[in-house]
Design a protein around this ligand. Sequence first.
Ligand code: AN0
Ligand code: CP
Length: 326
Amino acid sequence: MYQRDKTGAKMKQFLSINDVPDLNGLLDKALNIKANLNGKRELGKHKSIGLIFLNPSLRTRLSSQRAALNLGMDAIVLDVNSGGWKLEFDDGVIMNGDSAEHVKEAAGVLGRYFDVLAIRSFAALEDREKDYEDAVLNAFAEYSGVPIINMESATGHPLQAFADLITITEHQKKSRPKVVLSWAPHPKALPQAVANSFVRWMKASNVDLMVTHPNGYELADTIMEGVSVEYDQNIAFDNADFIYAKNWSSYTNYGKVLSSDSSWMITQEKMNLTNNAKFLHCLPVRRNVVVEDAVLDSTSSIVLDQAENRIVSMQTVLESLLEELK
Ligand code: AN0
Ligand code: CP
């Protein structure tokens, strides 16, 4: 049976960037895989992955299935909220309420059905401590007995950040590009997961990273350690090679929307302040709220390349895990 082990140099699970023993090696592997997506059709034969969703998805769901099928794996999707029993995650609860099944059994059962499990479970944005324990993802890791892949947890979205890194690598024109993560407005409270992972992966890469956001949108200190923050978006955009837009709700005033200031929307006028920067967003994106049409519809936008690279990031992670399962 699969043993959790972080001491070896091989990838054993993919909960966060901490599970990547060699980032440059993984990136090289991804670029090679992209050049021949059908090169390892036999590797995953007779192996299976369960894709477990507690929240909606378009890209993650389909790129993960695509990647698994490219490797010859069976991929089966479960939307827990519409097709499964309502799960309990707390320990020691008297389960006489809504929840019919505890994650201890559910994860254990799924571990008997699949060789690998992938989980999506967003932050609830109510209790910061609880979210930042990443309890749902960790419960599956603890009770399933099989390798777990994070398809966006409360605190991170590493498959997205890996796809972002691949995309930036493909488009960069200088060895150390300036990459700006810009907060942008959104009507609903969104998690910090995408921004957290983007910062962590960029910090580990050869880029000049700057983060820009309004007051009150500071990300966790542990994530932002060593990263420069510029509160004036126009100054941040100066000489940027890549603009990565994302909304997140406040971390300090947890889960709150503190600003819907439309002057933070990414416009063509602002893109003109950059070094002819490419525009990135993980999608889904609200047009003319987060970013105006003119930017998304311009040749500077590489959002579809990013989405395409979600197949590549998942396929690279799966290939790494399958090599260990053999
Ligand atoms: C989610 C988020 O911001 O975390 C998923 C992004 C991949 N976005 C929305 O809910 C709109
Ligand atoms: N970027 C991303 O994860 O998209 P989905 O929410 O559609 O999977």
